[in-house]
Design a protein around this ligand. Sequence first.
Ligand code: SF4
Ligand code: SF4
Length: 391
Amino acid sequence: MEKSSGQTSLQMPASEADETNARVVIERCGSYNIAEVSAAIQKSLSPFGGIEAFVRPGDRVLLKPNLLAAHPPEKNVTTHPVVVEAVAALVREAGGYVRIGDSPAGSIKGIKRFWRIAGLSEVAEKTGAELVPFETGAMPAKILNGRRYYISKWVAEADVVINLPKFKTHNLMLFTGGVKNMFGTLPGLQKTDFHKLAPHPDDFAEILLDVYKLTKPALSIMDAVYGMEGNGPAAGASREVGLILTSPDAVALDVVASFLMGYDPETIPTIQAASRRGIGVSELKRIETSPSDLERLRIPDFRLPSNRKIRMIPRPVLNAIGKAVWIRPVADPKKCIGCAICINYCPVEAMALINMLPVIDYKTCINCLCCDEICPENAMIQKKSLLAKLL
Ligand code: SF4
Ligand code: SF4
């Protein structure tokens, strides 16, 4: 039964590394068949004491999938609805009241279309979960590191938050996983404002860690049955991975997932920021994994973003060579339908529609790649300077 709103409480934020949580369980899962996904998730939860270790009868449980934009499940841009369904069913069996929510880019004008296209409306019908629009309210501002965050009221009204990220690359942040997924708890235009405030990945990672710290989910279950390789988080290619990853520590989860992709986790901006701030466990050697032999699960030919080498150049070096080494978004006229969604979402108004094609003022552009993320046609491509191509 749902608890009264008078019992509102924000979960305790993480303040320092908690080694007891440095455990990541990886289970094989070969398809989005509900029985197979449910069995894999239950097996992955078993070493932690099952879902009952996180959810008590009567708890209001918020599931936070990755609903980046309005894409159908088979594109693997969003957390697959079968994963959400399996977790929702488990939570209900444990006596929890399930809500599902996210604040995808562009949902300020209405989110029902996003739920329908991503398969979440069907999940709600099947499981009795409540879909909650994050745009309908925020809790009073939380101030952290001098920044003001208005987090969705649905986070505050949850006794337990369960994070359901997707295994994907990310053009700007190299990798998108558990920590970054919680950024979607900021409703409305705050997300674009933060891109504007912190265009550099290292600075943006600090914001992502703030939001993670303020919303800290009790549990993260990553959909890596199919992931996205190449130029994620929206314009990459689907890739069969065949795994479910589970951990109470989203930082540790990200360390393991990024390692499986082929990264050195210490090069990922969110993991670097977590390490600097002592949030979660960010060193692979301090994380207990099951199975323990990660090398066997690593995907040797997983395609990473084409611009990752430039993203890894230290900032002072990049500042010095910035005029010669650049990557810029540009609309592909063969794919662009001139819908202007990207233009309306650009945080610095650097775009204009000319002859039904977005044209970017690169003096104003902060290279946040929001236009790339939000484009429903995957029409934004990354154009590189000659020197950047050589890197
Ligand atoms: S690039 Fe994408 S979002 Fe922008 S106008 Fe073209 S189709 Fe629309
Ligand atoms: S043009 Fe694209 S990359 Fe540049 S600031 Fe606007 S949304 Fe960001």
